[in-house]
Design a protein around this ligand. Structure first.
Ligand SMILES: O=C(O)[C@H](O)COP(=O)(O)O
Length: 345
């Protein structure tokens, strides 16, 4: 398969309270962080957003362009009084997508689908490494699938976040669950990040392939047939979901539950799966059913998008907490990171 590192999706969210905070600090130096206010210009020579790409897209390798946007930051939220009003005005937010780290069945090369398998040791390391890469990017709310490998990934990644907010799993499955998991301190709530788990973000249901070895299945049914089951848009594996079927629930969930959060200025992280994320990326990047065939996602690689003026802008994958490129995407991201530097040096 041809592999062109055409681009990498990285999401950055913007947070209004952050903007408000920093509006009071106009004198702040951006320090060594370079703010680049230009679009479609890749800092590393790779194709920029909007360029035509071909071949396989491995979002775990690609870099992307820089353009001017702003980012939210919940850092120290001393004055949140006007946050609501600010949120209404803002149309910017960061979105981080992350495929779970390697699972114990990825390690064994087994079709997994909706079987609820935990991370392998390598997957745990990948999640922690991913957390380091996004540790200076604001996160206000986390969405995960209902499967443990995505939830482990989100939680492990957040152990590395410099802001040190506590991710808390929401329990809305019953009145009692909701009542029994209430928090009664506003201050504590401000230091928390809600984690919403939903089956709609689960991996595609792989039908009768679940538990089978991928190589053995290819040997038995032929490489082409297995590739069709794994990567075509509308051909389902036996008694399983096609990508199209997976997209029907994953993209609907994204549009109904996640996009409104982003539009209100909340910075969002989604920890999910190869195919539920492929369908969401197809929606974000407006890929055709032909183009999505070559879209591959690596395990444990965070990808950043910025929502600006109703448009999702792909930003690629942050290299680390101090990588200039990511923070150059927006003034507010740079300021967010600088504020963290000042607070936690
Ligand atoms: O469910 C699985 O087996 C994997 O998570 C995704 O598999 P795929 O790359 O074969 O779609």
């Amino acid at each position: 398969m041809a592999t062109e590192a055409c681009y990498q999706a990285i999401g950055i969210l913007q947070s209004h309270s952050f903007l408000n905070n920093f509006n009071h600090h106009q004198k702040l130096q951006i320090g060594s962080v370079k703010f680049v206010a230009r679009d479609c210009l890749s800092s590393n020579g790779l194709p920029s957003r909007g360029s035509k790409y071909s071949g396989q897209r491995n979002y775990g390798i690609v870099r992307s362009s820089a353009s001017q946007t702003s980012v939210v930051d919940p850092v120290s939220s001393p004055s949140r009084s006007n946050t609501g009003e600010s949120n209404k005005k803002s149309s910017e937010a960061a979105l981080i997508l992350i495929r779970h780290g390697e699972s114990l069945w990825n390690e064994k090369n087994l079709f997994t689908g909706c079987v609820d398998v935990p991370l392998s040791k390598k997957g745990i390391d990948e999640a922690i490494e991913a957390g380091k890469r996004i540790s200076s990017i604001p996160v206000d709310v986390i969405f995960t699938s209902a499967l443990i490998r995505a939830q482990m990934t989100a939680m492990l990644a957040m152990t590395q976040h410099r802001r040190k907010k506590v991710p808390i799993v929401m329990h809305n499955e019953s009145e009692q669950a909701r009542a029994w998991s209430q928090v009664f301190s506003e201050d504590t709530k401000k230091q928390s990040i809600p984690v919403v788990a939903s089956w709609q973000l689960n991996e595609r249901m792989y039908g009768e392939l679940q538990g089978l070895n991928k190589q053995e299945t290819a040997d038995r049914y032929g490489k082409e047939q297995v590739h069709e089951w794994r990567r075509s848009y509308d051909i389902p594996p036996p008694n399983g979901e096609s990508l199209e079927m997976c997209a029907e629930r994953a993209v609907a969930y994204f549009r109904d539950q996640i996009e409104p959060q982003l539009l209100s200025g909340k910075n969002v992280m989604i920890a999910a799966h190869g195919n539920s994320l492929r369908s969401i990326i197809m929606y974000l990047d407006k890929l055709t059913s032909q183009e999505v065939i070559s879209l591959e996602l690596s395990t444990g690689i965070p990808m950043l998008y910025i929502l600006k003026e109703g448009r999702f802008i792909r930003r690629g994958s942050p290299i680390g907490p101090s990588e200039a490129g990511v923070y150059a995407y927006t003034r507010n991201l740079a300021l967010y990171r600088q504020k963290l530097d000042e607070m936690f040096q």
